[in-house]
Structures are given as structure tokens and as C-alpha cells.
Design a protein around this ligand. Structure first.
Ligand code: CP3
Length: 334
């Protein structure tokens, strides 16, 4: 995994899945019983247990710490709940609200995150399995904070973009500062790779992406301890902005299924490694079909300096465990 991130030679692409620790696993649902999602994120024992589950249960070759992109948000001074997606009690819409946000030292405000990482690293070091940390990117975090929750078109966010651009920029700058400190603290606690999730940045036109997203990715990539941990950048629905992703400074760009992997490999594969990009819904297919798709993706990925087999978005609650096993087994059989 680490070699693939850096574009060094490997025998075959490593495999893991976004949202591999989650509700499609009965074993996850059992650990999650009786606690809220936020409690679970703060419960070091439970978080460590579900982070490790995908190694043996589905054959994943990397561990992503169990947490959420919203874990570092409440300490900024934002009241937040999950139902089941994030819900912000008081959506951020005014300059006074932005002025009140504070960026505390994450080691003090969310110490459990780093305890989870240290424990996981201790468990994984002998098994030679890499540990991933992660954070939400400023645009995606801002989208939820301004909107108050998930949305189809994020009209409130776009309203702020067009009516009060300076306010949105101030919010994004605070979130970028938080993200840099948070990811560097994760690397210090043992994360060997970090992934930045910008799930909603694909909502924007290329010109808007260049103004509202790219400068923050570039700034974050520049300020991370990348010698210690390579950076993976994920954008969903971003087929129109892959040029930007490749120029962001990330070591790996994580693509969804709307991008043809062989095209991306030919265009960008000498500069960045690629991650992806099976539609999670394809894990519903019979195992032979999944194996064929893995072989196709791996063939395309060989045109790039490095490739990590993964999905184009996270496992869904309805994803069949058998499909996930077929995916990792096919990777190992390459
Ligand atoms: O296995 C892993 O990938 C690690 C853990 C992880 C979670 N969320 C756990 C989770 C990671 C990396 C995330 C990232 C995340 N969270 C993103 C970016 C990636 C993406 O999926 O686009 C976003 C946008 C969120 C915000 C979020 N968290 C939403 C919208 C939801 C509700 C929708 C859903 O899928 O349930 C969550 C809750 C959440 N985060 C769950 C898990 C396992 C389900 C919670 C439960 O057990 O009820």
C-alpha cells in the first residue's frame, strides 16, 4: 500500500474499501448496539474493534480508523448530532457565528482519536498492515455546516457562495487550518497514510472548483508531513475536475466510477497514483463478474505509477458481505 501510494514497484495492487467498517457487517452492528454513533466514535475499545474487523472478515489489506469526518467539529463550538447523517443544531450562516469558531489543539479536544490510532498501530505493526487516518476537506465540511445537514443541491451553501463570498472563504480558511493540525496530529499518532474526503466538491463547476476547493487542497497538501504519510485525495462525482485533483499536491487521487481508470492512468499516472474505482453497487454482482471487473481495473491501473484497488464511494448498508469478499479475493488472486 505504501509503495503503491509513492509509485514504487509492487507485485499487484493492494486492496481496501471505503466504509469497510460499517453497517453492511453484522459484526459491526453488534458492537454498535446500544450506543449512539457519536458515543461509538469516542469509545476507544469499540472503535478499535470495528476498525480491525475488515481484516479478517472481508480480507481488507489496510485499516482505516473508525471515526467520522465530523469528529473534530463539536470542539470548534458547533452542536452536532447524527440521525443517521450529520445534523447541525444551528447552521452557520452569519459572520458572528464564523467569528466565534475556535480551532483547539486536537490532542486536547479529541484525544480519543489519537488513542484509537496508537492502539491500532500497536495491533497492526506485526501484521504489516498499513493504518490510514482521514479528515473531511473544508468544502465538504462547510457544505454540511452551512446547510445544517445533507442536501441534494446545497442551495444554502451556494447562496453564501454567491451573496457572501468573504464569509464562506473565512469559514473555509478556519476549516483548512483545523484540517492541517488534525491530520498532522494523526500522522504523529501513527497514521501511515491520510485520506482527505471532499465528497461534495463535485457539485461545483470547474471554475468554481478552481476558486473554492483547489486552493485549500493545495494548501493542505503543502502543510502535511508527507514524508511520514502520503496523502490520498478523494472527490466524489468529480469526473470534470480530475485535472485539478492531479495538480493538488496529493500523492494519490481516489476516483469514482464515472472516470475511466485507463484514461486517468494515461493522463495523470506518471505524476500521481490512482485509487478506485468500482461502483459499490457492482458488489451485488456474482463473484465471477466481480473478479472480471477487478482484473479490468488492475490492468488499467498498471498504466499508472501506482494503483490501489478500492470502490468509487463507500460500502452501502445494503452491500453484500459476499461481494466484498469476492472483491478482495480477486485482488489477492491477481
Ligand atoms: O470504514 C471507514 O471508511 C471509516 C469510517 C468512516 C465513516 N465515515 C464512518 C461512518 C469514514 C471515513 C467516514 C467519512 C464520511 N462521513 C464522509 C466522507 C466519505 C463519504 O462517504 O462520502 C462523509 C460525507 C461522512 C458524513 C456521514 N457520516 C454521513 C452522511 C453519515 C450518514 C450516512 C450513512 O452512510 O450512514 C455518516 C454516519 C457514518 N459514518 C456511519 C459510519 C459507519 C454510519 C453510522 C451508523 O453506524 O449508524
Amino acid at each position: 500500500m505504501l509503495r503503491a501510494c509513492r509509485g514504487e514497484p509492487v507485485d499487484r495492487p493492494p486492496v481496501w474499501l471505503m466504509r469497510q467498517a460499517g453497517r453492511y457487517l453484522p459484526e459491526y452492528r453488534r458492537v454498535r448496539e446500544g450506543v449512539s454513533f457519536l458515543e461509538m466514535c469516542r469509545d476507544v475499545d469499540r472503535a478499535v474493534e470495528v476498525s480491525l474487523q475488515p481484516i479478517d472478515l472481508v480480507g481488507s489489506e489496510a485499516v482505516i480508523m473508525f471515526s467520522d469526518i465530523f469528529t473534530p467539529i463539536p470542539p470548534l463550538g458547533v452542536e452536532l448530532d447524527f440521525a443517521p447523517g450529520p445534523v447541525v443544531a444551528d447552521p452557520i450562516r452569519t459572520a458572528a457565528q464564523v467569528a466565534q469558531l475556535r480551532v483547539p489543539d486536537p490532542r486536547e479536544s479529541v484525544p480519543f482519536v489519537f488513542e484509537i490510532l496508537r492502539r491500532l498501530r500497536g495491533e497492526l505493526v506485526d501484521r504489516q498492515i498499513p493504518l490510514l487516518g482521514f479528515a473531511g476537506a473544508p468544502f465538504t465540511l462547510a457544505a454540511y455546516l452551512v446547510e445544517g445537514g445533507g442536501s441534494r443541491d446545497f442551495a444554502q451553501l451556494k447562496r453564501m457562495m454567491h451573496r457572501e463570498p468573504d464569509l464562506l472563504r473565512a469559514l473555509l480558511e478556519i476549516l483548512a487550518e483545523m484540517t492541517v493540525g488534525y491530520l498532522n496530529a494523526q500522522i504523529e499518532a501513527g497514521a501511515q497514510v491520510v485520506q482527505l474526503f471532499d465528497t461534495w466538491a463535485g457539485l461545483l463547476s470547474p471554475a468554481e472548483y478552481g476558486e473554492w476547493v483547489q486552493p485549500f487542497h493545495v494548501a493542505i497538501a503543502r502543510q502535511l508531513d508527507r514524508a511520514a504519510a502520503p496523502l490520498i485525495l478523494y472527490v466524489n462525482n468529480g469526473a470534470h475536475i480530475v485535472d485539478f485533483m492531479a495538480d493538488s499536491g496529493a500523492d494519490v487521487i481516489s476516483l469514482d466510477w464515472r472516470v475511466e481508470l485507463s484514461d486517468a492512468a494515461q493522463r495523470y499516472g506518471d505524476r500521481v497514483s490512482l485509487q478506485g474505482n468500482l461502483d459499490p453497487c457492482e458488489l451485488q454482482a456474482p463473484p465471477e463478474r466481480i473478479a472480471q471487473r477487478v482484473a479490468e481495473l488492475a490492468r488499467a491501473g498498471r498504466l499508472a505509477r501506482g494503483h490501489i484497488l478500492n470502490l468509487g464511494h463507500g460500502c452501502l448498508p445494503s452491500t453484500p458481505v459476499e461481494g466484498v469478499r469476492a472483491f478482495t479475493a480477486a485482488a489477492r488472486a491477481l
